[in-house]
Design a binder for this molecule. Structure first.
Ligand SMILES: NC(=O)c1ccc[n+]([C@@H]2O[C@H](COP(=O)([O-])OP(=O)(O)OC[C@H]3O[C@@H](n4cnc5c(N)ncnc54)[C@H](OP(=O)(O)O)[C@@H]3O)[C@@H](O)[C@H]2O)c1
Length: 270
């Protein structure tokens, strides 16, 4: 498979690294074009991938195109590729750009998949959801799965759910960072040195996430297992319930989902 990356900023370069590390493609079969030419050339030299002279050349020499530019640049980048997109698989990670807009820009003969990854793809722990457009085959879906499982986990959804995905896993790392800060500040308030409090908070969140992944148990079951009657944990949890932590987090996902819908133009497909 020949893969072409339009844009090699934060997400594009993380995906290129994932694809190469998982040996989905040989470096010689991966091409990149970025309008920040120097960034593409450095990446090319470091990883052995080819650097195209422009988007038209890149698309002409690729079977699968990953569109990894900012949403406001996405349709322009496709226009630069022109009719070369005919018969190709286009995978876009541009937030909020609908399959319908991508299809219109890429032409009816292009197979389009819209993807919402998250920033943890940079450390191969990404949470990704994707939606396929008309004419996308099972083989195309397998390619999408292969690429995004190389940087974490991937799930297929209906496009109408992608705004909610944005509100949950797209924005989710920031919610967790805020929680870690709060956990750490709580320790500082009770006398722990700041650097120790932060290290303990980070490791606690990482450990809890690992427990959930490894045991595949429901979080409520794991929580009950560590909450003894009249103990310390129930005292802490009671305070969280009083502060409406649960409904605040639910409202945060709702607010981010509605904002994603707004940015996507209120289109139900966005
Ligand atoms: N970062 C995240 O956590 C995250 C999460 C989910 C989805 N996404 C999506 O991922 C996409 C990329 O985000 P990012 O953070 O990786 O952006 P980024 O770091 O800004 O990288 C985008 C790169 O594309 C280049 N570019 C702009 N127009 C181009 C064109 N016509 N042809 C080729 N290259 C072009 C930019 O160059 P210039 O600087 O010269 O413009 C830049 O180097 C966005 O659409 C975003 O919605 C990101």
């Amino acid at each position: 498979m020949k893969a072409g990356f339009i844009g090699c900023g934060k997400m594009g370069s993380a995906l290129i690294q994932g694809v190469l590390a998982a040996k989905i493609c040989e470096p010689k079969d991966v091409q990149v074009y970025d309008s920040a030419v120097e960034a593409a050339e450095i990446l090319g030299t470091e990883s052995g991938i080819r650097v195209a002279a422009g988007n038209r050349e890149l698309v002409a020499n690729s079977d699968v195109i990953l569109l990894c530019v900012k949403p406001e640049d996405a349709l322009h980048a496709l226009a630069e590729a022109g009719r070369e997109l005919e018969g190709k698989l286009l995978i876009s990670i541009a937030a909020g750009i609908t399959i319908a807009s991508l299809q219109e820009a890429a032409g009816a003969g292009c197979r389009v998949v819209r993807v919402m990854p998250n920033t943890a793809a940079l450390v191969q722990k990404g949470a990704t959801a994707y939606a396929a457009g008309a004419g996308v085959s099972g083989k195309d879906i397998a390619v999408v799965e292969q690429i995004f499982t190389s940087v974490g986990r991937a799930f297929e959804v209906n496009e109408a759910l992608l705004d909610a995905v944005t509100g949950l896993s797209g924005s989710g790392p920031a919610y967790v960072y805020l929680f870690v800060e709060a956990l750490s500040d709580g320790g500082v308030q009770m006398g722990l040195p700041r650097d120790l409090a932060l290290k303990l908070a980070v490791q606690t969140v990482a450990g809890a996430a690992e427990m959930l992944t490894e045991t595949m148990m429901h979080p409520a079951v794991l929580r009950e297992m560590v909450t003894s009657p009249a103990g310390t944990t129930i005292a802490g949890l009671a305070e969280m319930e009083r502060g409406r932590l649960r409904s605040t987090v639910m409202d945060a996902v709702k607010a981010a989902t509605l904002r994603a819908r707004e940015l996507g133009g209120g289109d139900e497909g966005a």
